[in-house]
Write a protein that binds this ligand. Sequence first.
Ligand code: ADP
Ligand code: TZD
Ligand code: MG
Length: 597
Amino acid sequence: MESTTTARKETPAASTQPASQASGTTADAPSQEIDGFHLVIEALKLNGIDTIYGLPGIPITDFARKAQAAGMRVISFRHEQSAGYAASIAGFLTQKPGICLTVSAPGFLNGLTALAHATTNCFPMILISGSSEREVVDLMQGDYEEMDQLAIAKPLAKAAFRVLHAEDIGVGVARAIRAAVSGRPGGVYLDLPAKLFPQAVEAEAGRNSLIKVVDPAPRQIPAQEAVKRALDLLRSAKRPLIVLGKGAAYAQADAAIRALIEKTGIPYLPMSMAKGLLPDTHEQSASAARSYVLPEADVVMLIGARLNWLLSHGKGKTWGGKTPKAWGGQKFAQVDIYPQEADSNVRIDAPVVGDIGSCVAALLAGMGTSWPKPPADWLGAIAERKNKNVAKMAETLAKNPSPMSFQSALNVVRDIVKANPDAILVNEGANALDFTRSIVDMYKPRKRIDVGTWGIMGIGMGYCVAAAIVTGQQVIAVEGDSAFGFSGMETETICRYELPVCVVIMNNNGVYRGDEKNPSGGKDPSPLVFVKDARYEKLMEAFGGVGAHVKTPDELRKAMEEAIRSRRPTLINAVIDEGGGTESGRITSLNPTAKKK
Ligand code: ADP
Ligand code: TZD
Ligand code: MG
């Protein structure tokens, strides 16, 4: 490859050459050079990456500037963690790695939580951090923002790379892209030392060293026998169930997945971020009968969903097991791109390894023209539970207590989302999360983005920014007041970029509830409560957005409708009964002192 013969010059002068020359717009090619800045920018652009989420400073300030000059969108945040979350969810929504750009040591560490989050959630993302001088860092001589970033990133990333020479930029970026999106997607760290950026190489050779990645996420076709094994298992079932996870949403095989569900007639449960893959109002959705179908099912097919804590590890009481760790007797099929996923929690009788699009297509083809509908008594029993629970829910939603309950407020959000099915719903909190997930129906794929695998707080405003930027759609964020606090300063970012984001804070004055007292009777407030009646809406007003303080469902509805009509950055502070929540929302049992299920 040309890169090995490329002459490298480490002249600082390269950084001072006019941008026009460095970006190759001058005619006399032979004397032209290109520097590290432009090689990285061109490598990203060559691979269709047009947006960077980041925060400037030494040594990447000029990089951010030059990227913007070269036509990339550079979205600048108030904290790297939000930029990182934005990049991670951009990756989920687009199947292209989201790019987060940070400075060295502290900026890198601020972005690292998001990188780990991306890896944990299987989102493709690349954290690009500038780093200090290698020789000084390695001798631990105390450089400005000194840190061995590559070593620290490694255990939290799917892969981590460092580029020392400008002629290796093409390979470095290509490897980062492939690692992020191929197979099970994840977070990748790319370390770019300060000294790399001004390195100049001969322009043509430099450009020739860049790589446009061919087929970055190759299809992975499942083995025929694996497909047959899974179909045989499904066919044998008396009480089959399909679980759709966020891997299924990520895969963008929406039509095939819907066809599979409908052709089999099997009831399905969407995991949180798979809601809307089929409309939540679909008659085969078993969401409203979750606690009935999990223990009762005899065969379960997981599609892009892991049997982690969110599915009680596939065993225990949730699945009809007699003790907390006992197997409930279900047989499992699992469609996943990651061959090591099977058997991670319980035995998987029929693993189908491949990308979801290819696997679902193979399953559909293998089903042939006729497929037996699941037994009527199974479908009937589910429908009965569903109807009962839906009726109970409707009763609760219709109530209009004062102060507002989570339910009466979310009844409004439910209507607004129904009327605006293209809007993206961002959701975090504990009760604010759990109630929203069960009350607000989703109608289209990849419209619900939330706390994910870790149940992490702080994704809120970063997700809002990225969702608005990559989709151009209205974003609605339902936030616990605690959850909002983690990224609240990004309201400025939302206003600065004039994004159509409507944040609704479910304000119950605290973490889970706002009515806890200091158990010692001392002067300090309980660790779980905040300033009472905080006026969060003023934060949005401070940056030129719209604020609203609402106490009734009618006021909430008007404020949300106006936000969506105007598409202006809006923050609605919805006052909720401070005693209306429960500790940890629906996961109280995970508290160490809670009685084990
Ligand atoms: P949820 O939390 O919604 O249950 P998880 O994050 O636990 O979902 O699971 C997502 C799974 O989807 C992961 O095991 C991942 O390997 C898998 N996955 C991601 N993308 C694809 C794809 N394109 N094809 C197949 N499997 C995928
Ligand atoms: N820190 C991080 C990064 N993630 C977390 N999940 C937590 C702390 C612990 N935590 C939860 O799991 S939910 C939550 C915290 C602090 C906030 C709940 O309060 P809220 O929601 O106001 O956001 P509700 O509606 O009051 O329950
Ligand atoms: Mg709260």
